[in-house]
Design a protein around this ligand. Structure first.
Ligand SMILES: NC(=O)C1=CN([C@@H]2O[C@H](COP(=O)(O)OP(=O)(O)OC[C@H]3O[C@@H](n4cnc5c(N)ncnc54)[C@H](O)[C@@H]3O)[C@@H](O)[C@H]2O)C=CC1
Ligand SMILES: C[N+](C)(C)CC(=O)CC(=O)[O-]
Length: 318
């Protein structure tokens, strides 16, 4: 298992390329955009210092990246294919069929889709049994989660193989037992996102207040305790049972409007305008550098705490 083909090399596909290169794989990328190779090599170059700080696999090098002239050239020699084309169902259906026709028949093909089911994407593939969803989080070279799930025509072996491959490639894998639109991570963050849109739509909060509410509040805890464990802590010694008994009645309070607001032009403009104020003139490159420094700092801090707790447990014979 040494060569990964990355089809689509934009924000996510480029991030996958950087990840697989850092894990020592040979990567062959293909993307139809005229400037795709220049953008891709720029993304890898910008990410490489962060990846070096995190630790590279033996032999890892941007030199192991090649950009194919055709889709067939990219996938014909691959041991695994990661598709990251635009989130359009019609495009994914056609592209996955093309990849299926050109890739070696035993090779697993994963889609980075943010929410489409593989059942609806694999309908034109001749060998749908090897098609899975491998949904990453941006940037794939730093955020470890990938959600793996097959479609109705996917073989169990393909889901298992993809899950193991991603683990071997350094990812944190959730292997889902059933299809769910938006999978798990996006359903949770989409709920928060819809609430944010409602608050901006009604002038109840600004984008700046919303982002601060997350980064200085729940978001800080969610880097290491998810929403379930966090609310278990809200119950004190009584844990989740007490939390539910204590706060259960308020669950019916109108603290969320889960339905999505109409994304009117006004709402869209307001969200863009207010987010621009948060961005406050920083370029995307500056934001990426600032994000990656902070992500690495959190990951290093968590790793240090984890190691200390493992040492304590070993000393206590636990
Ligand atoms: N942007 C994000 O935060 C995340 C995106 N995703 C998913 O990743 C996929 C790609 O999204 P992004 O990278 O954000 O989009 P993007 O627009 O940054 O990149 C898409 C790339 O696909 C290329 N492309 C266009 N038509 C193509 C074709 N027929 N075959 C191959 N490549 C083609 C484009 O030239 C572009 O470089 C989508 O399915 C999206 O839902 C998943 C997780 C997070
Ligand atoms: C905005 N988005 C739905 C494309 C985000 C994702 O799919 C996952 C992520 O990186 O947050």
């Amino acid at each position: 298992m040494r060569t990964v083909a990355c089809v689509g090399a934009g924000v996510i596909g480029g991030g996958w390329v950087a990840h697989f290169l850092a894990r020592g794989y040979r990567v062959v990328a293909w993307d139809p955009a005229e400037d795709a190779e220049e953008r891709l090599r720029g993304l890898v170059e910008a990410a490489w210092p962060a990846l070096t700080r995190l630790g590279l696999a033996e032999g890892a090098s941007p030199e192991r990246l090649s950009v194919a002239a055709t889709l067939g050239e990219a996938v014909s020699g691959a041991d695994f294919v990661q598709e990251s084309a635009p989130e359009r169902l019609d495009l994914k259906i056609g592209l996955l069929a093309e990849i299926d026709a050109a890739a070696p028949e035993h090779v697993v093909v994963a889609s980075s889709t943010s929410g489409y089911s593989m059942s609806e994407m694999q309908v034109k593939a001749d060998r749908p049994e090897r098609l899975v969803v491998g949904h990453p989080f941006n940037p794939p070279y730093l955020v470890p989660l990938v959600e793996v799930v097959g479609g109705e025509a996917t073989a169990p072996w393909a889901v298992e193989w993809a899950s193991e491959f991603y683990r071997a490639a350094g990812k944190s894998v959730i292997t889902m037992d059933q299809e769910l639109p938006g999978f798990i991570g996006n359903r949770i963050q989409e709920a928060a996102w819809r609430e944010a849109l409602h608050m901006v739509d009604k002038g109840e909060a600004t984008a700046e207040q919303i982002d601060l509410a997350m980064t200085a509040g729940p978001g800080l805890r969610w880097a290491f305790f998810g929403p379930c464990l966090t609310f278990h802590m809200a119950g004190g010694e009584g844990g989740m049972a007490h939390m539910l008994d204590h706060f259960g009645p308020s669950l019916k309070s109108p603290w969320t409007r889960l339905e999505s607001p109409e994304l009117t032009a006004d709402l869209r403009d307001a969200m863009v305008r207010e987010t621009d104020e948060v961005v406050s003139g920083r370029s995307t490159a500056e934001l990426i550098a600032q994000r990656d420094r902070r992500l690495i700092a959190v990951m290093h801090a968590l790793a240090e705490v984890d190691a200390a707790e493992e040492r304590e447990a070993a000393q206590a014979g636990r």
